[in-house]
Design a protein around this ligand. Sequence first.
Ligand code: NAG
Ligand code: NAG
Ligand code: NAG
Ligand code: NAG
Ligand code: NAG
Ligand code: NAG
Ligand code: NAG
Ligand code: NAG
Ligand code: NAG
Length: 803
Amino acid sequence: MASSSTLYIIAILFLQLILAFGNVSPSSRLSTTNNNNNPWLSPSGEFAFGFRNTTTNFFMLAIWYNNIHDQTIVWSAKDMNNSNNLVLAPTGSQVQLTSGGLTLTNPQNESIWTAQPNDIVSYGTMLDNGNFVLVNNKSAIVWESFKFPTDTLLPNQSLELGATLTSRFSETNFTSGRFQLYFNDDDHNLMLSPLAWPTQFRYNFYYRIEVNNNSASSSLVFDESGDIYVETNKNGTTRIKPQGTQWKNLDLDPKLYYYRAILDYYGVLTQYSHPRDTKAKQGWTIMRYVPDNICIAIFNEMGSGTCGYNSYCSMENQRPTCKCPYGYSLIDPSNQFGGCQLNFTLGCGADNGEGLNVKPEDLYEFTVLTNVNWPLSDYERMQPYSQHDCQQSCLHDCMCSVVVFSNQNCWKKRSPLANGREESGGNLVLIKTRVSPLGKIGASPSTNLKKDNQVNPILRGLLIGSAVFNSILLAAVVLVTLLKPKRVVVGTTLLETNLCSFSYDALKEATWGFIEELGRGSFGIVFKGELKAATSCNVVAVKRLDRLAQDREKEFKTELRAIGKTCHKNLVKLIGYCDEGMHRMLVYEFMNNGSLANILFGQTKPTWNQRIGFALGIARGLVYLHEECDTPIIHCDIKPQNILIDEYFTAKISDFGLAKLLLADQSRTKTMIRGTRGYVAPEWFKNVPVTAKVDVYSFGAMLLEIVCCRKSVVLMESGEEEKAILTDWACDCYMEGRIDALVENDQEALDDIDRLEKWIKIAIWCIQEHPEMRPTMRMVMQMLEGVVQVPNPPSPFSFSLIP
Ligand SMILES: *[C@@H]1O[C@H](CO)[C@@H](O)[C@H](O)[C@H]1NC(C)=O
Ligand SMILES: *[C@@H]1O[C@H](CO)[C@@H](O)[C@H](O)[C@H]1NC(C)=O
Ligand SMILES: *[C@@H]1O[C@H](CO)[C@@H](O)[C@H](O)[C@H]1NC(C)=O
Ligand SMILES: *[C@@H]1O[C@H](CO)[C@@H](O)[C@H](O)[C@H]1NC(C)=O
Ligand SMILES: *[C@@H]1O[C@H](CO)[C@@H](O)[C@H](O)[C@H]1NC(C)=O
Ligand SMILES: *[C@@H]1O[C@H](CO)[C@@H](O)[C@H](O)[C@H]1NC(C)=O
Ligand SMILES: *[C@@H]1O[C@H](CO)[C@@H](O)[C@H](O)[C@H]1NC(C)=O
Ligand SMILES: *[C@@H]1O[C@H](CO)[C@@H](O)[C@H](O)[C@H]1NC(C)=O
Ligand SMILES: CC(=O)N[C@H]1CO[C@H](CO)[C@@H](O)[C@@H]1O
């Protein structure tokens, strides 16, 4: 049998000899400097062997598809002596074919890689199937690249016992990565395992094809028709196909398509196709893959899972996507799969230099996530336990990063969180985060109230970076979506309101697969999208809610009804929603000019008149929410990030009506405060009922920001610390009669000093410590409009009863 197949190969090679232009004779050489023009090509020109650049000044010896636009690499030279790592050839390196084989030398003429068979080589050739072979004088193959695969298999290539496929490190980094396909020594089962990077220690498998016989000879065959299976001689010759819902039987046509199978860098074994016709639409299409869902397939005590540590994974468009929980950011912003880091220290009090008397309540709070889990990071389980006790327990435990609460069960989890995945089941996941990056300023409760909790600029940069990366990653998918004939996407209307109900798929299509991130808020991520109606096309903002509190799901529609009935010039209009399975989304009209925060704290300041318009508009919107609409709505999170500006510079309040849905328990605890620090009324921290006056407080804090065009909390240089907290500083300036200091060089504001003084007074009325001292929003509006007089306000803290 062996001899007949050898004969066959000889016959094939003979054919190739006749078509001889693909052959490379000894003493031929390629160098990194001349390579681009003349790699060694296969007879048809479809495959090329030569140098490809990796980073600046380094190249790799590779084989690639030469006729397709991507020039996809299918093989690269690996250093078997060094964890199979990619051989990096500096500029000036050469590869030379001699009778001894192939030798890669660096510019110092030192050998850095060789392919040296135990036979004399007559010539080498790049075959049309992508195999580079060295042939002896009896026309037998003595070395072939197919026997040393990297991460890719091609039709007519098989993986034998002892050989492996190792994924690359990332999309563009060909260094050996974190996953491996291999035959297990004990039973010859074909396995997929994560590797402990960089040593290549294999963790427990997450997918296998069972052979279960260690005396059977087995190989993974990618046959010429494009089919893939394990062939074993157990019980005669048997073919075993991969099993999985995403591994389908397909009609294959290798005459029309290139096929390749690759162990992708996120651990999925995928078969792709690409049309051979250069006039057809270019690009690789996913045909089938195992495992079905890599996010949940890996279940090891050790190792991070596909997304890296502290991250969580979900399948989108057939590929895994990784996200960082709130308070965490990507370690490497260019690598979505590289894991997340805490952007704060999770310490045990004194470690942080904060002193032993600081209460954890003042340092940490919890952010809610649902349908996410890190099933293997538990270190403690309490049962029966209440949600409140569960939270308190984590709060006072400096090891604890996350608690999961479900059904009187409380699981405490520690960092690094591993194997994070989206998972239905309605667990309440509470992520412990630092109250504020400015936690070191002071420790007394009253200063704590004024800390700012905005996402800081660097963190935001990282988030945007990851969004950009996501876009690149999914660009191919978008392309596919865009090229599909456009369907008309319209929803069905919810009775009594004009709200449309959208399916998840419709919104996925409208947002091109949730690609273009507009921002991240306390409720989830907002994406840009387009709704195509029969006659028009509306740009929308789709808010994907990711933290609906437990038991609030039933109320989702009730709340929507209330929001849907609102209609006011100064409120962002809700167009529709999605309530399908675990997906909850809100579709809003899109606001051209972004948020008030962007405008106020951006490069060019808005004019004084524009700012006056914003303040009046917001006040009117709040009066409507509090008094004029059918069901009064307390916003609970008024801040510049939640005010959006349309093309005519009208300020519109967004995110109203959501507070109830997201608060697990309306009698809030200190750690579950809904609002954002800096704008949060003091009664949130006390045992008194929360009323519409919380919005008045936040409005007051924001009015100062609008007037002064600065953030409520900024870090100041030494000597100017008194300016750090705007509410305090404004009160000081007012009491000392120097309100002009608040607007510094803003001539427009100084020219309108009467209004300036009046509005500062209104703001101070709004931020009174005691809610009953604050005016209603209607009174605030009337004072702003000049309809009623503004009395002199008391100092906000003058009636303060320190608890
Ligand atoms: C490789 O070279 C091409 C052409 O010179 C260049 O556009 C590309 O950026 C280089 N790639 C890397 C990773 O340096
Ligand atoms: C691997 O190491 C052995 C001995 O250390 C050496 O003879 C061989 O050339 C090395 N192989 C490669 C590809 O560098
Ligand atoms: C490189 O080294 C080989 C032997 O190690 C030698 O035969 C060859 O002449 C050298 N080439 C150059 C350019 O120095
Ligand atoms: C092949 O080379 C060997 C020496 O390496 C020689 O003995 C033999 O005659 C050659 N065979 C052919 C067919 O040229
Ligand atoms: C590759 O092609 C040759 C000739 O058609 C055939 O004998 C061999 O079995 C094929 N190998 C695989 C793995 O399909
Ligand atoms: C690839 O990733 C590894 C691990 O992070 C890194 O050490 C190496 O420098 C990277 N290589 C390139 C070419 O970026
Ligand atoms: C294992 O494979 C060998 C080789 O094909 C075969 O002889 C033997 O019967 C197989 N054993 C079992 C248990 O299937
Ligand atoms: C081997 O074949 C026999 C007869 O077809 C069958 O009963 C047996 O289950 C097979 N064994 C395995 C391990 O597939
Ligand atoms: C602990 C930590 O890394 N905190 C960082 C969070 O982000 C801000 C702004 O980017 C940094 O200043 C902190 O050092």
